[in-house]
Ligand binder design. Sequence first.
Ligand code: SAM
Length: 235
Amino acid sequence: MQNPDEKKRFVQEKFSSISGKYDFLNSVLSFQIDRYWRWVTTRELQEFPEGVVLDLCAGTLPLSLELTRQARKRQVLAVDFCEDMLRAGVRHLPADDRKERIVPVCGDGEQLPVKTGSVCGVTVAFGVRNLARTQQGLREMHRVLKTGGKLLILEFSRPRNPLVKTVYNFYLNRVLPKIAGLVSGDTEAYEYLARSIAEFYAPDELLAMMRQAGFARTYHRPLTFGVVTVYVGVK
Ligand SMILES: C[S@@+](CC[C@H](N)C(=O)[O-])C[C@H]1O[C@@H](n2cnc3c(N)ncnc32)[C@H](O)[C@@H]1O
């Protein structure tokens, strides 16, 4: 796509435009498998049942909610640069203690408003692909983690099995933008989704970038035929 600043503006505008319909479309278009993907990702943080986790690109807060559901003493700093997405998420927060344990903050992942070495975990679900400067974002995630803290990235990847690939590409390029366009009124946002998945780094490339940003013990785990991949790294 365009230059990084143009991409940033485009991404911010697109998420703002679909913010009211994001959760509904997410669960319909993924046949609700997205819940399982977030559950699996969050389980990787079991060794940190307390303390603060930064949920970057938190959007409407689905992963922040899962993080607080799985650990009753955990606090979540939910950062996103699209205020409308955060507002849509806050409107649907359950009226229990999770409301206090999730703190939404409007901020940029490439320049995090978070103290160095202050969080025990960083999670990013379906956000890294949207960063205009991926390497800079990874450096920031590394900076804010405590030594020994863990980074978890959940991101779309490209299935390799030829049959799965054919069905998936047809769905992603032909079916999904049409349904999503009708519901959200913004077909372009979902054409961008398909394009950004096609253009995103391969798993080995992203792992190499994580190591370059300072992460150790990196590995990845494909889920659902490689439709998504969970990436793990430790500071
Ligand atoms: C696909 S949504 C993911 C939301 C949520 N994490 C989830 O699991 O559904 C991607 C989010 O990344 C945010 N985003 C993209 N670039 C960002 C940046 N540089 N800083 C902060 N948030 C960013 C967008 O505003 C959007 O809300």
